[in-house]
Ligand binder design. Structure first.
Ligand code: AMP
Length: 618
């Protein structure tokens, strides 16, 4: 909340810094703040409405781009220089985008399929971060203009499924727009806040937040207890939203009214048809029929036909709802409320399907376009210290861990851990005199790191040379409230340390996250078997290393026969390793151990005797 103080000596009014809440949406963005009366309010600068379309247009020859409604007009006349849905590209590589890259009206560069995508406008290249920053800049200017005060701090929301890379990209966009981003908040969490849920400390509620916007779909189950917001589960699809409902209409019109040839010949017709489809969809939220002229063809659409076209898409969202409920281990009866977010929840079939699935009327009393921004403003207010009794907790969707010997995943922060969180484990070296330790950080549920996703790799250098097993290396993971991971490794004896902040090169799509979870279930049995073989191999390799070192150092205390026997048994173990069969390997390990442990004991006794002898006073 903005607080006002009066300087009694000068009589001037000093306003405390305002922290705004921003919903940086795929289709539309909004900025909100807490009005001095204590209520969140979406900013409507100069009567232009609260919604700023997330569209950036670059006029030929001009230095500065145009953002918002004016830019949206150019979708028709200048699609190449008019960028929309840029949020879908945030933190993504060309490969991540797949077929979606070619479905945009503008040019996405494909020269480096692994790196972050760039968008070509004329002879310039822009990153999605720069383009998002243009939208944020516009929101900041509108807020400054309407509130007549500088704005340089913000809370920005992201879909619950955004990964580290996408959250980081959002934060960077904020910084580029001159905003200090105090917190990245999940959209469903903001929505619940806007509905006032969780603002009184003794309230306990479990709610579902169903968010169908222009480009993304999310459903989250939240439990709110003693002012703590906990995300029990999330599900969704970053490629499902109002745009897809429009596309269903476009496809229908194109095929049933033979528009393909006309669209092919007429450059801007595709965008025109897109806008017409959206208009039809919105019209059918309140009426039974729609029709419009398109280049001489009359395009009609009834509500019944529209419902039939979008039924499969709506059904996909319901499948996600079912999964989210199952993950949260809840039944619909256990939910206190179902909150609707996003402009597309105005579609009656969506409202009806969601209410039917959750077996209760969904709550749509707040403007679904504004809900998230309003909640972000409330979060900003909490961060400003005006609502001390509220704390937010989210969960991390995938396990985070590091690679250990044999390519195994050693989980450090398990999936569904509440964030912020901190966890660590101690490791050591496996070879004598090892001065570097490679730390590879992975995300995923599988036992073998090669099946998971690598987030980062770094070397802890400068470990003083010590026998294997002696250095103590603490690896600490700190996952902050924004879902960004910091990894630190410290060798405790020498206090050598190294830290990295994980900014993965490109992100995971929701489908990939789901796929990774599915894979971990379907491959559970073979993963356990593979893990056991690798563990046996690691034991065997350590054993071979130690036995060889022992024989090298102590050959003078061993008989020739013993040396030959050891060499033979070592060979047996090597051959066992070749088989890759756990039991064969462990059997050979046991045999080598029973053969060599009496020698080791004898050598130990000799060296103790020598040490004692050395200490004798002559
Ligand atoms: P959002 O990303 O939450 O701003 O949602 C924007 C999406 O909501 C776009 O796909 C709009 O076409 C859609 N939308 C807005 N108003 C309506 C409406 N009255 N009926 C159906 N869809 C709507």
């Amino acid at each position: 909340m903005a607080k006002v103080a009066i300087n009694l000596s000068t009589g001037s009014i000093q306003q405390e810094e305002i922290i705004v809440g921003i919903d940086l949406g795929t289709t539309n963005s909004l900025v909100a703040y807490i009005h001095p009366d204590g209520h969140p309010l979406a900013i409507n600068d100069q009567g232009r409405g609260t919604i700023v379309p997330s569209v950036v247009h670059f006029p030929a020859g001009a230095q500065e781009p145009i953002v918002g409604t004016e830019a949206k007009d150019y979708l028709l006349t200048d699609p190449q220089n008019t960028i929309y849905s840029v949020k879908r590209l945030l933190g993504k590589s060309y490969r991540d985008l797949g077929e979606h890259a070619t479905q945009l009206g503008y040019k996405v560069i494909d020269d480096n399929t692994e790196g972050l995508v760039k968008i070509r406008v004329g002879d310039r290249f822009y990153s999605p971060i720069e383009l998002s920053a243009e939208i944020l800049k516009e929101l900041r200017l509108r807020a400054e203009h309407a509130l007549k005060t500088p704005v340089n701090k913000a809370v920005i929301t992201v879909p619950a499924y955004f990964n580290d890379s996408q959250r980081q990209a959002t934060r960077d966009a904020g910084r580029l727009a001159g905003l200090e981003v105090l917190r990245i908040v999940n959209e469903p969490t903001a929505a619940a806040l806007a509905y006032g849920i969780g603002l009184s400390p003794d309230e306990e509620k479990t709610v579902a937040v169903y968010d169908l916007g222009g480009g993304t779909f999310d459903v989250s189950i939240l439990r709110i207890q003693q002012g703590i917001f906990e995300v029990l589960s999330t599900n969704g699809d970053t490629y499902l939203g109002g745009d897809d409902l429009d596309r269903a209409i476009i496809d229908y019109w194109t095929s049933d009214y033979q528009l393909a040839a006309y669209l092919y010949q007429n450059g801007s017709a595709q965008q025109e048809l897109r806008l017409l489809a959206e208009a039809a969809k919105k019209h059918l939220s309140r009426h039974e029929e729609f029709s419009a002229d398109f280049g001489g063809t009359l395009l009609p659409l009834t509500k019944t036909k529209f419902n039939e076209l979008i039924q499969p898409l709506v059904e996909r969202t319901i499948v996600s709802c079912r999964q989210a409920l199952a993950d949260a281990k809840l039944t619909p009866q256990q939910l206190d409320a179902v909150l609707l977010v996003g402009g597309s929840t105005r579609v009656p079939l969506v409202y009806d399907s969601v209410s039917a699935f959750f077996q209760q009327p969904a709550n749509s009393s707040l403007n679904p376009d504004e809900v998230v921004a309003l909640g972000a403003a409330i979060q900003a207010d909490i961060l400003a210290g005006n609502r001390r009794d509220v704390l937010l907790l989210d969960v991390t969707p995938l396990t985070l861990g590091i690679e250990t010997l044999g390519g195994l995943m050693d989980p450090i922060i398990p999936r569904n851990s509440k964030i912020p969180t901190k966890a660590g484990r101690q490791y050591t070296t496996s070879v004598d005199g090892q001065v570097n330790l490679k730390i590879s950080v992975y995300q995923g549920e599988r036992d073998l790191v090669k099946e998971n996703r690598k987030l980062a790799e770094f070397d802890l250098r400068g470990i003083p040379a010590m026998p294997a097993g002696l250095p103590k290396v603490d690896v600490n993971f700190l996952l902050n409230a924004d879902g960004i991971l910091q990894v630190e490794a410290i060798e405790l004896r020498s206090n050598t340390r190294q830290a990295v902040e994980i900014k993965p090169q490109y992100g995971l799509t929701d489908e990939q996250v789901e796929q990774m979870l599915m894979d971990s279930l379907t491959h559970a049995r073979e993963d356990v078997a593979a893990r056991m073989v690798i563990e046996a191999r690691t034991v065997a390799e350590q054993m071979l290393y130690q036995v060889e070192r022992f024989v090298d150092k102590n050959s003078q205390y061993l008989t020739e026969d013993e040396i030959t026997q050891t060499a033979a048994q070592t060979q047996v173990l090597r051959e066992a390793l070749e088989t890759n069969v756990k039991d064969t390997i462990l059997k050979a390990v046991d045999e080598l151990e029973s053969l060599t442990s009496p020698f080791a004991e004898r050598v130990m006794n000799i060296s103790i005797k020598q040490a004692m002898a050395g200490k004798k006073i002559e």
